[in-house]
Design a binder for this molecule. Structure first.
Ligand SMILES: *Cc1c(COP(=O)(O)O)cnc(C)c1O
Length: 591
């Protein structure tokens, strides 16, 4: 091996550990014992870790990496839970050279950018690996890393890597970002002296990691068929998309320029080439399906729909297992976290105990009330440093009810439904001394949604009640999500049924003893019949009516502490195992 590669290995091995011992819930051995999988102890090790590839990781507060939405939050939570359980995990992700920041001008959305350098955000440079392309011959990619306990974050940086999701899904630039994660990321892992036990692809965009491994195994002299078998058996593909047809497509000439140049073995190039359609195009999910023996969706409904919708390159049906997303403790207000443990509903590892449902009954009205009061203060402390639609901080009095809506502003999530009948909304808010806090950013260039946000913000401005009681928080991020998850009383989640892969915001809400108003979609639909305040109807208008009825009902429940306790505990009894991050880690280890 060359000189710089040896340096990567020695620097990787001597990274300082940022985690305090007290942050750990268990060593890996006791976790495996708890889930009855001691046999995995010799399989997933620090030398042969679980290698998790993701185009986004959202853990801004403690790892200085920001994502765009649920996919990145999931990656962040997997890494967070893994470090608490001492699971040997390496997360591989690009280090974007900037992040965007939303600011409103006259209620019009605009983006500002902040340049980022990994060295300024706690990452240590291990060395450089090289990619090849027809256009540039060699592209040096810097490898940076940091370590938290058993978890390493390897991040790949090059000044032109650009911003997350800034370019079109089928552009050369997007393909380049994906090649960086897959090929440079795999090279970085190997250079660090690691031989992953599992390649886990968080979405098909990371498929080149598995292709790089296939190429590596072939280079070691293994015959192609055997190499493919070996790689398949140790690759997981987690899908978050609903329709294969909705994914970006790449042309063969794009692969010639940027992908094939990074593969050494002709048999691997030929295999990838054979997966292109007659039109000379490919979707990365087609490759992901063919290279991963294990595939999963992220809620029961989504896994079922994926199994119906996705086909392999020969047009055959594909089986998707299910691993419903979970969340880490970072989303649960600390007093409530302690409460669930003190009544014995969650064990010291964060897994629900056998009789968690009965044990939750021990939680008293006043305990919920005290925790929620403290959580409300925490929310106000965060919102003091944020801006509403007029650029002002928001403060909500202790005795007011807070409804919240917090998610990306994409049309299927239907934030507009809350504003379908503004007088009815105003009436509910005023009658019950309630406020609505909503937040979320339209996607780059989504002019329809940018217009819609502007229209709604104007409507609010011109309504005497809404103006006082509806607050839009600019620049939705992890911090705003935390504030609302902790301090709100009732969350609204109304995606079009069948369109949310899982969603995790609603888990944060249930975990914080809030009421949930929701359509029966994504992971919410994992449990039947509904224990939340469900929104259903034959038309949009019917659903909107149901939403207002539910908001009214929620106010009545919240005004009566005994009723609130009952509902909150019902929700926890139904969803605690689903929500549990350690449960999700267990499911992935099983897979
Ligand atoms: C939890 C969270 C998400 C995920 O939201 P869903 O819409 O429920 O998938 C997205 N962005 C941020 C900042 C979050 O905290």
């Amino acid at each position: 091996m060359s000189e710089p590669i040896n340096k990567i290995k020695s620097r990787f091995q001597t990274l300082s550990d940022e985690m305090r011992g007290s942050d750990k819930a268990a060593d890996f051995g006791s976790f495996l014992q708890r889930i009855g999988r001691e046999d995995l102890g010799g399989v997933v090790t620090s030398q042969a870790p679980w290698a998790y590839f993701s185009q986004e990781v959202y853990r801004e507060k403690d790892l200085g990496v920001k994502g765009d939405g649920g996919l990145g939050i999931l990656a962040g939570d997997i890494s967070k839970v893994a470090e608490e359980l001492s699971v040997p995990l390496v997360v591989v992700t690009p280090y974007y050279s900037g992040k965007s920041r939303q600011a409103l001008f006259d209620f019009w959305e605009s983006d500002g950018y902040e340049t980022l350098l990994p060295g300024e955000h706690g990452y240590e440079k291990l060395g450089t690996v090289k990619l090849s392309s027809l256009t540039y011959n060699q592209i040096p990619i810097d490898v940076y890393a940091r370590r938290r306990g058993s978890v390493h974050i390897i991040t790949l940086y090059e000044p032109h890597i650009g911003l997350l999701y800034y370019s079109e899904s089928n552009s050369d630039h997007r393909l380049y970002q994906e090649v960086v994660t897959g090929f440079a990321g795999y090279m970085a892992l190997r250079s660090a002296g690691l031989d992953p036990s599992v390649i886990h692809m968080n979405e098909a965009a990371t498929v080149f990691a598995a292709v790089a491994r296939l190429d590596d195994v072939c280079s070691q002299g293994v015959e192609f068929g055997a190499a493919l078998g070996l790689v398949k058996a140790t690759t997981i593909y987690t899908n978050h998309t609903l329709l294969q047809a909705a994914e970006g497509v790449f042309g063969i000439e794009q692969f010639e320029r940027l992908v094939f140049t990074n593969i050494r073995n002709k048999c691997v190039v030929d295999w990838v080439r054979s997966k292109f359609g007659n039109d000379g195009k490919i979707r990365l999910s087609t490759l992901a399906i063919e290279i991963a023996a294990k595939k999963n969706g992220v809620s029961k409904l989504h896994s079922r729909l994926s199994s119906q919708n996705y086909k392999d390159s020969a047009g055959n049906a594909v089986e998707f297992h299910n691993v419903t997303n979970g969340i880490s403790d970072r989303w649960i207000y600390k007093d409530l976290r302690k409460l669930y443990r003190s009544v014995g509903a969650l064990d010291e590892l964060g897994l629900p105990t056998d009789n968690y449902a009965a044990l939750l009954e021990k939680i008293e009205v006043k305990e919920i009330k005290h925790a929620k009061q403290a959580a409300r203060k925490r929310m106000n402390r965060i919102l003091k440093f944020r801006q509403d639609q007029r650029g002002n901080p928001v403060y909500i009095p202790d005795d007011a009810i807070v409804f919240d809506y917090k998610r990306r502003l994409v049309s299927y999530k239907r934030f507009d439904m809350i504003f379908n009948d503004i007088d009815r909304l105003a009436d509910i808010l005023q009658t019950h001394n309630a406020h609505l806090i909503f937040t979320g950013r339209p996607h780059f260039g989504d002019s329809g949604m940018i217009d819609e946000l502007h229209r709604i913000l104007w409507t609010i401005e011109n309504h005497p009640v809404l103006k006082e009681r509806v607050h839009y928080i600019q620049n939705y991020d992890e911090q705003v999500a935390t504030a609302l998850a902790f301090g709100g009383d009732c969350a609204i989640n109304v995606p079009i049924v069948g369109q949310e892969a899982c969603g995790t915001s609603w888990m944060k809400d249930i975990a914080n003893c809030k009421l949930l108003i929701s359509t029966t979609d994504g992971g919410v639909a994992d449990v039947n019949p509904p224990v939340y305040l469900d929104v259903a109807g034959a038309s949009y208008a019917d659903e909107a009516n149901a939403l207002y009825d539910r908001m009214q009902q929620a106010c009545t429940i919240i005004e009566n502490p005994d009723d609130l306790r009952r509902r909150a505990i019902d929700q926890l009894q139904a969803y605690l195992p689903t929500i549990s991050g350690p449960r999700m880690i267990r499911d992935y280890l099983e897979l």
